[in-house]
Design a protein around this ligand. Sequence first.
Ligand SMILES: Nc1ncnc2c1ncn2[C@@H]1O[C@H](COP(=O)(O)OP(=O)(O)OP(=O)(O)O)[C@@H](O)[C@H]1O
Length: 353
Amino acid sequence: MAMLSRLRLTDYRNHAGLVLAPGAGFVVLTGENGAGKTNVLEAVSLLAPGRGLRRAALSDMQRQGGPGGFGIAATLAAAAGAVEIATGTLAAAPERRQVRIQGAAATANTLAEWLTVLWLTPAMDRLFVEPAGERRRFLDRLTLALEPGHAHHAARYDAAMRARNRLLAADEPADPDWLTALEVQMADHGGAIDAARRSAVALLGERLAMTPDGPFARAALTLEGWRGDADRLLADLRHNRARDTAAGRALAGPHRADLAVTHLGKGQAAALASTGEQKALLLGIVLAHAELVAQRTGHAPVLLLDEVAAHLDPVRRAALFDRLAGHGQVWMTGTEPALFADIGDAATRVTLG
Ligand SMILES: Nc1ncnc2c1ncn2[C@@H]1O[C@H](COP(=O)(O)OP(=O)(O)OP(=O)(O)O)[C@@H](O)[C@H]1O
């Protein structure tokens, strides 16, 4: 777990070749609209498991007009010394993500052992009113930061679930032993997923409850939609084979969970809060989580705050900078350098475009 001390982008979106040497603390990216600020944050988000902060297709990320394929390489300053991590695609396989750690091929999920990255983007403003999937993904990123094995369990669960769906959809009757084997895998990994999420929600809830009422609204969190351990999941899957066959998918399991968020001060569902209140709730959750992860793992996550500063009033902006000072590496974007005038000289400032 660490921070980035060097970042090199090759043919990544609009960046043919970009090298940055971020310091610890704030990394401020400014530039006009379309300069490629969010692209840089997206590149950093791909140094963690998953599809990055836009959830875009890999083939969309290679530079249009470039040779095909892209590269994102970073040096991590870790306690044990520098670690080189890299991800990207090759021109011949634009949809296949390659990952290297210290030069050796690795899976994307192992990136979680080296770097924790969390982000807040304008697209997440609608998180509380969107379908459950977006909140589940958000919850899973929060969980992954506390439990690096979470991505592995999620990947194995999804693979087993897809295989079970295919088996149930096939014309010929499913081999019961094979079906049971897949359900056992789903139950084992699903139980681990649920336990890790519940633990993350409980820890984060405690942290939020402890946080004094400040300029960012406080949230209460609960896991909804589906809860249960491995035994319960296995029993449910067995019992619901006919129903799942008719539906064409598994109707119960941790893939149906949701994160319910309440505005603590108002005792009201986050979805009912105003747009500004929803932004503040989300920011409050991300900040509390970053502090929680730093406290529990001894390593602050790398935070990517896309266009967050511009949407805060000056008092909240100052409060944000105050709260994040000394947190670790915090990447922020904005079109106006003046937004970041108050964060001091220690920041790494980069103008793009
Ligand atoms: N695969 C690609 N190849 C080349 N350019 C791309 C690719 N994908 C996106 N772009 C370009 O990147 C630019 C958008 O970059 P980005 O979203 O990082 O901008 P930004 O600096 O964050 O802007 P804003 O301030 O408007 O949010 C657009 O001009 C877009 O055309």
